[in-house]
Design a protein around this ligand. Structure first.
Ligand SMILES: *[C@@H]1O[C@H](CO)[C@@H](O)[C@H](O)[C@H]1NC(C)=O
Ligand SMILES: *[C@@H]1O[C@H](CO)[C@@H](O)[C@H](O)[C@H]1NC(C)=O
Length: 372
Protein backbone atom coordinates (compact mmCIF):
# COMPACT_ATOMS: atom_id res chain seq x y z
CA UNK A 1 0.00 0.00 0.00
CA UNK A 2 1.20 3.54 -0.62
CA UNK A 3 1.84 5.59 2.47
CA UNK A 4 -0.30 8.70 2.80
CA UNK A 5 2.66 11.14 2.58
CA UNK A 6 3.72 9.49 -0.67
CA UNK A 7 0.25 9.80 -2.20
CA UNK A 8 0.03 13.36 -1.08
CA UNK A 9 3.35 14.44 -2.57
CA UNK A 10 2.58 12.49 -5.74
CA UNK A 11 -0.75 14.25 -6.09
CA UNK A 12 0.90 17.57 -5.44
CA UNK A 13 3.50 16.88 -8.10
CA UNK A 14 0.79 15.93 -10.58
CA UNK A 15 -1.26 19.03 -9.88
CA UNK A 16 1.64 21.45 -10.37
CA UNK A 17 1.37 21.69 -14.16
CA UNK A 18 -2.40 21.91 -13.85
CA UNK A 19 -1.98 24.79 -11.45
CA UNK A 20 0.10 26.67 -13.98
CA UNK A 21 -2.40 25.92 -16.69
CA UNK A 22 -5.43 27.16 -14.79
CA UNK A 23 -3.96 29.67 -12.38
CA UNK A 24 -4.76 32.75 -14.49
CA UNK A 25 -8.40 31.67 -14.54
CA UNK A 26 -8.59 31.12 -10.80
CA UNK A 27 -7.09 34.48 -9.91
CA UNK A 28 -9.65 37.26 -9.78
CA UNK A 29 -9.30 39.61 -12.75
CA UNK A 30 -7.17 42.61 -11.81
CA UNK A 31 -9.07 45.01 -13.99
CA UNK A 32 -12.58 45.91 -14.93
CA UNK A 33 -13.96 43.45 -17.45
CA UNK A 34 -16.47 44.50 -20.04
CA UNK A 35 -19.48 42.26 -19.46
CA UNK A 36 -21.58 40.83 -22.27
CA UNK A 37 -24.68 42.90 -21.38
CA UNK A 38 -22.55 46.09 -21.38
CA UNK A 39 -21.05 45.11 -24.71
CA UNK A 40 -24.51 44.47 -26.19
CA UNK A 41 -25.78 47.79 -24.83
CA UNK A 42 -22.91 49.60 -26.53
CA UNK A 43 -23.50 47.72 -29.77
CA UNK A 44 -27.15 48.76 -29.76
CA UNK A 45 -26.17 52.40 -29.19
CA UNK A 46 -23.56 52.30 -31.98
CA UNK A 47 -26.07 50.71 -34.34
CA UNK A 48 -28.70 53.37 -33.58
CA UNK A 49 -26.14 56.14 -34.17
CA UNK A 50 -24.95 54.56 -37.43
CA UNK A 51 -28.50 54.11 -38.72
CA UNK A 52 -29.61 57.62 -37.82
CA UNK A 53 -26.51 59.12 -39.44
CA UNK A 54 -27.00 57.22 -42.68
CA UNK A 55 -30.72 58.04 -42.82
CA UNK A 56 -30.12 61.72 -42.17
CA UNK A 57 -27.58 61.57 -45.00
CA UNK A 58 -30.17 60.14 -47.40
CA UNK A 59 -33.25 62.08 -46.33
CA UNK A 60 -31.67 65.42 -45.60
CA UNK A 61 -29.31 65.51 -48.50
CA UNK A 62 -29.74 69.26 -48.60
CA UNK A 63 -28.57 69.53 -45.05
CA UNK A 64 -25.12 68.94 -46.40
CA UNK A 65 -25.10 72.39 -47.88
CA UNK A 66 -24.01 73.50 -44.46
CA UNK A 67 -20.62 71.97 -45.13
CA UNK A 68 -20.03 74.73 -47.66
CA UNK A 69 -18.54 77.77 -46.00
CA UNK A 70 -20.80 80.03 -48.05
CA UNK A 71 -24.18 79.04 -49.36
CA UNK A 72 -25.90 80.70 -52.31
CA UNK A 73 -28.87 81.35 -50.05
CA UNK A 74 -26.80 83.25 -47.56
CA UNK A 75 -26.55 82.29 -43.93
CA UNK A 76 -30.00 80.73 -43.44
CA UNK A 77 -28.47 77.25 -43.13
CA UNK A 78 -27.65 76.17 -39.60
CA UNK A 79 -23.95 76.26 -38.88
CA UNK A 80 -21.91 73.13 -38.13
CA UNK A 81 -21.16 72.53 -34.46
CA UNK A 82 -18.26 71.19 -32.43
CA UNK A 83 -19.12 68.44 -29.96
CA UNK A 84 -16.99 68.67 -26.84
CA UNK A 85 -16.72 65.22 -25.30
CA UNK A 86 -15.64 65.41 -21.68
CA UNK A 87 -14.19 62.13 -20.40
CA UNK A 88 -13.59 62.19 -16.66
CA UNK A 89 -13.38 60.11 -13.50
CA UNK A 90 -13.32 63.12 -11.15
CA UNK A 91 -14.96 66.52 -10.88
CA UNK A 92 -14.47 68.81 -13.90
CA UNK A 93 -11.79 70.95 -12.25
CA UNK A 94 -11.71 73.59 -14.98
CA UNK A 95 -15.45 73.87 -15.63
CA UNK A 96 -15.48 77.64 -14.78
CA UNK A 97 -12.67 78.22 -17.30
CA UNK A 98 -14.53 76.28 -19.97
CA UNK A 99 -17.67 78.31 -19.13
CA UNK A 100 -15.75 81.45 -20.12
CA UNK A 101 -14.53 79.69 -23.26
CA UNK A 102 -18.07 78.70 -24.30
CA UNK A 103 -19.74 81.98 -23.29
CA UNK A 104 -21.72 83.58 -26.14
CA UNK A 105 -21.32 80.70 -28.61
CA UNK A 106 -24.39 78.63 -27.74
CA UNK A 107 -25.50 77.63 -31.28
CA UNK A 108 -22.03 76.45 -32.30
CA UNK A 109 -21.27 73.68 -29.80
CA UNK A 110 -22.68 70.80 -27.80
CA UNK A 111 -21.27 69.29 -24.61
CA UNK A 112 -21.39 65.62 -23.61
CA UNK A 113 -19.94 64.24 -20.38
CA UNK A 114 -18.95 60.64 -19.67
CA UNK A 115 -18.28 60.59 -15.94
CA UNK A 116 -17.14 57.43 -14.19
CA UNK A 117 -19.95 56.38 -11.79
CA UNK A 118 -17.54 56.87 -8.85
CA UNK A 119 -16.89 60.52 -9.83
CA UNK A 120 -18.45 63.21 -7.66
CA UNK A 121 -19.22 66.15 -9.87
CA UNK A 122 -20.42 69.54 -8.75
CA UNK A 123 -22.26 71.26 -11.56
CA UNK A 124 -23.75 74.60 -10.51
CA UNK A 125 -27.27 75.35 -11.79
CA UNK A 126 -27.30 77.27 -15.04
CA UNK A 127 -23.90 75.89 -16.06
CA UNK A 128 -23.31 74.82 -19.67
CA UNK A 129 -22.42 71.42 -18.17
CA UNK A 130 -25.83 70.98 -16.54
CA UNK A 131 -27.78 67.91 -17.79
CA UNK A 132 -25.10 67.01 -20.31
CA UNK A 133 -24.30 63.57 -18.83
CA UNK A 134 -24.48 60.50 -21.01
CA UNK A 135 -25.04 56.92 -19.81
CA UNK A 136 -21.62 56.06 -18.41
CA UNK A 137 -19.79 53.02 -17.08
CA UNK A 138 -16.71 52.45 -14.99
CA UNK A 139 -13.42 53.41 -16.64
CA UNK A 140 -9.97 52.31 -15.66
CA UNK A 141 -6.42 52.81 -16.80
CA UNK A 142 -4.71 49.86 -18.49
CA UNK A 143 -8.02 48.44 -19.70
CA UNK A 144 -10.13 48.87 -22.84
CA UNK A 145 -12.81 50.71 -20.84
CA UNK A 146 -11.46 54.11 -21.92
CA UNK A 147 -11.95 53.11 -25.57
CA UNK A 148 -15.56 52.13 -24.81
CA UNK A 149 -16.19 55.41 -23.01
CA UNK A 150 -14.83 57.46 -25.93
CA UNK A 151 -16.91 55.45 -28.42
CA UNK A 152 -20.02 55.94 -26.26
CA UNK A 153 -19.40 59.69 -26.29
CA UNK A 154 -18.92 59.70 -30.08
CA UNK A 155 -22.07 57.64 -30.68
CA UNK A 156 -24.23 59.74 -28.36
CA UNK A 157 -23.05 62.96 -29.99
CA UNK A 158 -23.57 61.56 -33.51
CA UNK A 159 -27.08 60.50 -32.57
CA UNK A 160 -27.97 63.68 -30.72
CA UNK A 161 -27.35 66.34 -33.35
CA UNK A 162 -26.72 65.94 -37.10
CA UNK A 163 -25.00 69.33 -37.01
CA UNK A 164 -22.18 67.97 -34.81
CA UNK A 165 -19.33 68.04 -37.31
CA UNK A 166 -16.23 67.82 -35.13
CA UNK A 167 -15.79 65.72 -32.01
CA UNK A 168 -13.15 66.77 -29.48
CA UNK A 169 -12.17 64.52 -26.57
CA UNK A 170 -11.34 66.57 -23.47
CA UNK A 171 -10.27 65.40 -20.00
CA UNK A 172 -10.73 67.05 -16.61
CA UNK A 173 -7.05 68.07 -16.75
CA UNK A 174 -7.37 69.86 -20.13
CA UNK A 175 -7.65 73.60 -20.58
CA UNK A 176 -8.41 75.74 -23.65
CA UNK A 177 -5.46 77.77 -24.99
CA UNK A 178 -7.42 80.01 -27.37
CA UNK A 179 -10.84 81.62 -27.64
CA UNK A 180 -13.80 79.56 -28.85
CA UNK A 181 -13.89 81.66 -32.00
CA UNK A 182 -10.27 80.77 -32.76
CA UNK A 183 -10.85 77.04 -32.16
CA UNK A 184 -14.00 77.07 -34.29
CA UNK A 185 -12.27 78.86 -37.14
CA UNK A 186 -9.31 76.47 -36.99
CA UNK A 187 -11.48 73.36 -37.22
CA UNK A 188 -14.15 74.61 -39.57
CA UNK A 189 -11.77 76.30 -41.99
CA UNK A 190 -9.73 73.14 -42.32
CA UNK A 191 -10.66 71.60 -45.68
CA UNK A 192 -14.23 70.24 -45.70
CA UNK A 193 -15.71 67.44 -47.76
CA UNK A 194 -19.06 67.72 -49.46
CA UNK A 195 -21.13 64.99 -51.08
CA UNK A 196 -21.54 67.32 -54.06
CA UNK A 197 -17.86 68.04 -54.57
CA UNK A 198 -16.48 66.43 -57.72
CA UNK A 199 -14.17 63.51 -56.88
CA UNK A 200 -11.07 65.23 -58.25
CA UNK A 201 -11.73 68.07 -55.82
CA UNK A 202 -12.41 65.92 -52.75
CA UNK A 203 -9.00 64.37 -53.21
CA UNK A 204 -7.46 67.68 -52.20
CA UNK A 205 -10.40 69.05 -50.32
CA UNK A 206 -10.27 66.40 -47.66
CA UNK A 207 -11.75 66.75 -44.19
CA UNK A 208 -9.13 66.37 -41.54
CA UNK A 209 -9.24 64.66 -38.23
CA UNK A 210 -6.63 65.89 -35.83
CA UNK A 211 -5.23 62.75 -34.29
CA UNK A 212 -1.68 61.80 -33.48
CA UNK A 213 -0.55 58.69 -35.38
CA UNK A 214 3.00 57.50 -34.68
CA UNK A 215 5.00 54.43 -35.63
CA UNK A 216 8.50 53.33 -34.70
CA UNK A 217 8.20 54.46 -31.07
CA UNK A 218 10.55 52.69 -28.62
CA UNK A 219 8.01 50.71 -26.55
CA UNK A 220 5.69 49.79 -29.39
CA UNK A 221 6.52 46.05 -29.38
CA UNK A 222 5.72 45.70 -25.64
CA UNK A 223 2.48 47.57 -26.21
CA UNK A 224 1.65 45.34 -29.20
CA UNK A 225 2.22 42.12 -27.21
CA UNK A 226 0.57 43.36 -23.98
CA UNK A 227 -2.43 41.06 -24.63
CA UNK A 228 -0.24 38.08 -25.52
CA UNK A 229 1.89 37.19 -28.52
CA UNK A 230 0.18 36.92 -31.90
CA UNK A 231 -3.30 37.60 -30.50
CA UNK A 232 -3.65 40.75 -32.63
CA UNK A 233 -3.20 38.75 -35.84
CA UNK A 234 -4.43 38.66 -38.51
CA UNK A 235 -6.39 41.90 -38.12
CA UNK A 236 -3.51 44.00 -36.81
CA UNK A 237 0.05 43.12 -37.80
CA UNK A 238 2.82 44.81 -35.85
CA UNK A 239 3.70 46.83 -38.98
CA UNK A 240 0.25 48.44 -38.87
CA UNK A 241 0.13 48.98 -35.11
CA UNK A 242 0.24 52.68 -34.17
CA UNK A 243 0.35 54.86 -31.08
CA UNK A 244 -0.95 58.35 -30.39
CA UNK A 245 -2.61 60.56 -27.83
CA UNK A 246 -6.18 59.65 -26.79
CA UNK A 247 -7.01 63.39 -26.97
CA UNK A 248 -8.07 63.96 -30.54
CA UNK A 249 -10.56 65.86 -32.70
CA UNK A 250 -12.39 63.70 -35.23
CA UNK A 251 -14.38 64.79 -38.27
CA UNK A 252 -17.90 63.37 -38.38
CA UNK A 253 -17.18 60.66 -40.96
CA UNK A 254 -14.28 59.40 -38.85
CA UNK A 255 -16.43 59.39 -35.71
CA UNK A 256 -18.86 57.18 -37.66
CA UNK A 257 -16.06 54.95 -38.87
CA UNK A 258 -14.92 54.45 -35.26
CA UNK A 259 -18.33 53.44 -33.91
CA UNK A 260 -18.96 51.12 -36.88
CA UNK A 261 -15.78 49.17 -36.23
CA UNK A 262 -16.15 45.60 -34.93
CA UNK A 263 -13.02 43.97 -36.37
CA UNK A 264 -10.32 45.86 -34.48
CA UNK A 265 -12.39 46.26 -31.34
CA UNK A 266 -12.55 42.44 -31.02
CA UNK A 267 -8.77 42.53 -30.62
CA UNK A 268 -8.28 45.70 -28.59
CA UNK A 269 -10.92 44.69 -26.04
CA UNK A 270 -8.85 41.65 -25.00
CA UNK A 271 -7.63 42.08 -21.42
CA UNK A 272 -3.99 42.97 -20.94
CA UNK A 273 -1.66 40.36 -19.51
CA UNK A 274 1.18 42.84 -19.18
CA UNK A 275 -0.49 45.79 -17.47
CA UNK A 276 2.78 47.75 -17.39
CA UNK A 277 2.58 48.21 -21.15
CA UNK A 278 -1.14 48.45 -21.49
CA UNK A 279 -2.74 51.65 -22.78
CA UNK A 280 -5.32 50.37 -25.30
CA UNK A 281 -6.87 53.82 -25.86
CA UNK A 282 -3.53 55.17 -27.10
CA UNK A 283 -3.45 52.51 -29.84
CA UNK A 284 -6.98 51.66 -30.91
CA UNK A 285 -7.92 55.01 -32.48
CA UNK A 286 -4.61 55.80 -34.25
CA UNK A 287 -4.32 52.21 -35.55
CA UNK A 288 -7.90 52.10 -36.85
CA UNK A 289 -7.74 55.50 -38.54
CA UNK A 290 -4.31 54.93 -40.05
CA UNK A 291 -5.62 51.68 -41.56
CA UNK A 292 -8.87 53.14 -42.88
CA UNK A 293 -8.02 56.69 -43.91
CA UNK A 294 -4.39 57.74 -43.32
CA UNK A 295 -4.67 60.70 -45.72
CA UNK A 296 -7.74 62.05 -43.96
CA UNK A 297 -5.83 62.48 -40.69
CA UNK A 298 -3.35 65.10 -39.58
CA UNK A 299 -1.16 62.57 -37.72
CA UNK A 300 -0.63 65.20 -35.01
CA UNK A 301 -2.86 66.29 -32.14
CA UNK A 302 -4.15 69.78 -31.27
CA UNK A 303 -3.79 69.05 -27.54
CA UNK A 304 -0.40 70.06 -26.19
CA UNK A 305 1.18 67.81 -23.58
CA UNK A 306 4.60 68.05 -21.94
CA UNK A 307 6.35 64.67 -21.81
CA UNK A 308 9.60 66.05 -20.33
CA UNK A 309 10.46 64.04 -17.18
CA UNK A 310 7.29 61.95 -17.52
CA UNK A 311 6.70 59.42 -14.76
CA UNK A 312 4.69 56.15 -14.79
CA UNK A 313 3.06 57.09 -18.08
CA UNK A 314 1.98 60.50 -16.74
CA UNK A 315 3.15 63.71 -18.42
CA UNK A 316 4.32 66.84 -16.63
CA UNK A 317 1.54 68.30 -14.45
CA UNK A 318 1.51 72.11 -14.30
CA UNK A 319 1.15 73.74 -10.88
CA UNK A 320 0.08 77.29 -9.92
CA UNK A 321 3.60 78.85 -9.78
CA UNK A 322 4.11 77.89 -13.44
CA UNK A 323 0.91 79.56 -14.69
CA UNK A 324 1.46 82.74 -16.67
CA UNK A 325 0.37 84.34 -19.91
CA UNK A 326 3.82 83.44 -21.22
CA UNK A 327 3.18 79.77 -20.52
CA UNK A 328 -0.14 79.93 -22.45
CA UNK A 329 1.65 81.56 -25.38
CA UNK A 330 4.45 79.01 -25.22
CA UNK A 331 2.02 76.09 -25.14
CA UNK A 332 0.20 77.34 -28.22
CA UNK A 333 3.30 77.11 -30.43
CA UNK A 334 3.35 73.97 -32.57
CA UNK A 335 5.44 72.61 -35.41
CA UNK A 336 2.38 72.05 -37.59
CA UNK A 337 0.16 74.33 -39.66
CA UNK A 338 -2.16 74.82 -36.71
CA UNK A 339 -1.59 76.27 -33.28
CA UNK A 340 -2.40 74.01 -30.31
CA UNK A 341 -6.00 74.57 -29.15
CA UNK A 342 -5.92 72.69 -25.83
CA UNK A 343 -3.32 71.63 -23.28
CA UNK A 344 -2.90 69.15 -20.43
CA UNK A 345 -2.24 68.30 -17.62
CA UNK A 346 -2.97 70.95 -15.02
CA UNK A 347 -3.42 70.38 -11.29
CA UNK A 348 -6.89 71.41 -10.02
CA UNK A 349 -5.47 74.33 -8.02
CA UNK A 350 -4.39 75.99 -11.29
CA UNK A 351 -8.02 77.07 -11.73
CA UNK A 352 -7.64 80.34 -9.81
CA UNK A 353 -4.53 81.67 -11.64
CA UNK A 354 -5.97 80.50 -14.97
CA UNK A 355 -9.30 82.23 -14.29
CA UNK A 356 -7.38 85.40 -13.42
CA UNK A 357 -5.64 85.27 -16.79
CA UNK A 358 -8.85 84.38 -18.63
CA UNK A 359 -10.81 87.21 -17.09
CA UNK A 360 -8.17 89.75 -18.08
CA UNK A 361 -6.83 90.41 -14.58
CA UNK A 362 -4.97 93.72 -14.19
CA UNK A 363 -4.39 95.20 -17.62
CA UNK A 364 -3.63 91.85 -19.24
CA UNK A 365 -5.75 90.84 -22.22
CA UNK A 366 -7.68 87.62 -21.56
CA UNK A 367 -6.25 84.71 -23.50
CA UNK A 368 -9.83 83.54 -24.13
CA UNK A 369 -10.99 86.88 -25.53
CA UNK A 370 -12.36 86.98 -29.07
CA UNK A 371 -9.48 87.32 -31.49
CA UNK A 372 -7.14 85.33 -29.22
C1 LIG B 1 7.87 70.87 -19.47
O1 LIG B 1 8.08 70.28 -18.20
C2 LIG B 1 9.37 70.54 -17.65
C3 LIG B 1 9.47 69.84 -16.32
O2 LIG B 1 9.08 68.50 -16.42
C4 LIG B 1 9.58 72.01 -17.47
O3 LIG B 1 10.89 72.24 -16.99
C5 LIG B 1 9.38 72.72 -18.81
O4 LIG B 1 9.43 74.12 -18.62
C6 LIG B 1 8.03 72.37 -19.40
N1 LIG B 1 7.91 72.95 -20.75
C7 LIG B 1 6.95 73.81 -21.08
C8 LIG B 1 6.94 74.30 -22.47
O5 LIG B 1 6.09 74.17 -20.29
C1 LIG C 1 9.24 71.15 -32.69
O1 LIG C 1 10.30 70.41 -33.28
C2 LIG C 1 11.53 70.53 -32.59
C3 LIG C 1 12.59 69.81 -33.42
O2 LIG C 1 12.19 68.54 -33.76
C4 LIG C 1 11.39 69.94 -31.19
O3 LIG C 1 12.59 70.06 -30.48
C5 LIG C 1 10.29 70.67 -30.45
O4 LIG C 1 10.06 70.09 -29.19
C6 LIG C 1 9.00 70.66 -31.26
N1 LIG C 1 8.00 71.50 -30.61
C7 LIG C 1 6.81 71.07 -30.29
C8 LIG C 1 5.91 72.07 -29.66
O5 LIG C 1 6.42 69.94 -30.48
Amino acid sequence: MFSTPFVLSFALLLSLPLLFLFAPRFLPPKHVQISLPDELDDLALFRRATLSSSSSLLLNHHHHHHYHAVSRLGTTNPKPKIAFLFLTNTDLHFAPLWELFFQGHKPLFNIYIHADPSAKLTIPPGSVFENRFIAARKTERASPTLISAARRLLATALLDDPLNSYFAIISQHCIPLHSFQFAYRTLLSSPQISTESPPELTQFNYPTSFIEILSGEPQLWDRYTARGENVMLPEVSFERFRVGSQFFVLARRHALLVIKDRRLWRKFRLPCLNTQSCYPEEHYFPTLLSMEDPNGCSHYTLTRVNWTDSFDGHPHVYHPPEISLNLIHELRVSNSTYSYLFARKFSPDCLKPLLDLASGMGNLVSFLRIGN
